[in-house]
Design a protein. Structure first.
Length: 515
């Protein structure tokens, strides 16, 4: 096993990795930019290395700065986390060339599966079902028109590189195709420096189900089951759960999807942890979508349900160990749900809310896991994704996990920036969510059903005033705006800053999170 590992990332995943390394007696090196000098990961790591200005292109995406830090601090390996350089084949190759182990798949596997068209070809060769579409990048609008006409509208234009919904457009009519292709290709070029596009048939009412795979360097490959990732906005996941509720309807679906995922990963020459993503239609048919060649944001729900530590196995596999887990050894117990806590305002089109965290109390208790990268007094920077933490709840059933997660959210106190904490409580209370009627359009439909409560600045200010001078004793029930004594608050003519005030008052629950 390694003695010292550099973490080429930031935020909650860097904290997760620092803790995982320490549990195994491995020294950690956290890298940081100007914006992250006082980060939680830096304070917890054994060593820290400055890698540049706040702009990610000059720090967390700066291969030379990261490798220089690894050499200076004597790192034997680099863990890239997710995002940034985690799926960059050139970075993985640069690590190898520098004699440093890249904790992830081989560069060639990243390169092959990083191209969606290349990944489709591998999946087809492996015998996995794929969404009907083009196997090569489109060369011109004429090709796009011919392919769309053959597939039948609606179709989906997708970038060959990248992810996160960038370079993706739904097209319902031929007359909209040319403009959509131009816009999507331009967006992909800006985001990924690759404007290649392809076209797929749009799957109606799909669920986004992904399969976690784990493979060693000795030819052994297993899957750890699925995660339901259908609750997403702008093609980015917001909530995830394991197991996927749809498995109760089609009990053999996990085995079929798991076997297909293993075949695709083996065909790509894959090792370490990875995820094969599928779409499942309303009739239980599934189609290969893409592969994420890294640890996923939502990996905790799989760990909670299977009891298998994915980071530990990433380290063991990267150090050359054989998998000691056989497919028949993998079991799934209970249900786990994760919500991604962001500094953003769901009522303002998810506008990011950077700023200083004035007060923070994170929930705990049976079945609760929180992977957090922040602390009270920390300033959420504007330069990066505003993910603050991942809150997970595990219980024996999905219903019990939902109730436990709601309880944890009710205890979560975070002021100074706006968050989506209350938004999650509304989702958990939604009848469609409770009935597990989930598709990738769930959040759009939920947002149309949802009527946000209007601002009540007087009640909000009253609550803040009362709780600041008379904090509730530990263990008392939550205070709501309806139970507070009347306080006269003069009206303000100034616009309210997006980064101020209590984060979760704009909800039908009307429950104050300050306790």
């Amino acid at each position: 096993m390694f003695r010292k590992v550099l973490i080429a990332n930031r935020g909650e995943i860097a904290v997760r990795l620092v803790r995982g390394l320490r549990e195994r007696g491995i020294r950690s090196i956290a890298v940081y930019s100007d914006a992250d000098r006082a980060s939680l990961a830096v304070s917890l790591a054994d060593e820290a290395a400055y890698i540049g200005p706040a702009a990610s292109a000059e720090s967390y995406l700066n291969t030379e700065a990261i490798l220089a830090a690894a050499r200076k601090h004597g790192a034997e390996a680099i863990h890239p986390g997710y995002g940034f350089l985690s799926e960059n084949a050139d970075f993985a190759q640069a690590c190898q060339s520098a004699g440093i182990v890249f904790i992830g798949p081989p560069p060639q596997a990243i390169r092959q599966m990083g191209s969606k068209t290349g990944a489709r070809r591998i999946a087809i060769k492996a015998g996995a079902p794929v969404v009907p579409g083009t196997e090569a990048a489109l060369e011109n609008i004429a090709q796009a028109r011919a392919a769309a006409k053959k597939l039948g509208y609606p179709v989906l234009l997708k970038a060959s590189a990248g992810g996160g919904g960038k370079g993706m457009r739904r097209v319902d009519r031929e007359e909209d195709l040319e403009a959509a292709l131009r816009d999507a290709s331009s967006e992909a070029l800006r985001a990924f420096k690759n404007g290649e596009m392809y076209v797929e048939k749009l799957v109606v009412e799909p669920r986004h189900i992904e399969i976690q795979v784990l493979g060693d360097q000795h030819g052994n490959m297993i899957h750890l089951g699925e995660r339901e990732c259908s609750i997403q906005r702008r093609h980015q996941k917001v909530m995830e759960e394991c197991p996927a509720p749809v498995m109760q309807r089609w009990p053999d679906l996990r085995r079929k999807m798991g076997e297909a995922a293993v075949k695709v990963a083996k065909a790509a020459g894959y090792t370490n942890a990875g995820t094969i993503e599928f779409l499942v239609d309303r009739d239980g048919n599934f189609y290969f979508l893409e592969m994420n060649t890294r640890l996923q944001v939502e990996h905790p729900v799989t760990e909670l349900v299977t009891g298998i530590d994915l980071v530990e196995w990433q380290l063991r596999i990267a150090s050359g160990e054989k998998l000691t887990i056989r497919q028949q050894d993998v079991t799934w117990t209970g249900s786990a749900i994760e919500c991604r806590v962001y500094a953003e305002d769901p009522d303002q089109n998810y506008l990011p809310s950077p700023g200083k965290i004035e007060h923070l109390r994170e929930p705990s208790g049976p079945g609760i896991r929180i992977d957090s990268g922040v602390y009270e007094g920390w300033t959420v920077p504007m330069e990066y994704d505003p993910l603050l933490a991942k809150l997970c709840a595990w219980a024996s059933t999905r219903e019990a996990a939902t109730q436990r997660l709601d309880r944890a959210l009710s205890e979560y106190t975070l002021t100074g920036v706006r968050t989506n904490l209350s938004f999650f409580r509304e989702i958990l209370a939604d009848k469609e969510f409770q009935a597990a009627r989930l598709t990738t359009a769930f959040l759009d439909e939920f947002s149309r059903r949802r009527i946000p409560a209007p601002d009540n600045l007087e009640a909000e200010a009253a609550a803040a005033l009362v709780l600041s001078v008379c904090p509730l004793p530990h263990g008392r029930a939550s205070v709501t705006s309806a139970t507070l004594p009347p306080v006269s608050v003069p009206p303000s003519t100034e616009p309210r800053p997006s980064g101020s005030g209590q984060t979760n008052w704009r909800t039908s629950h009307r429950e104050a999170s300050l306790r």
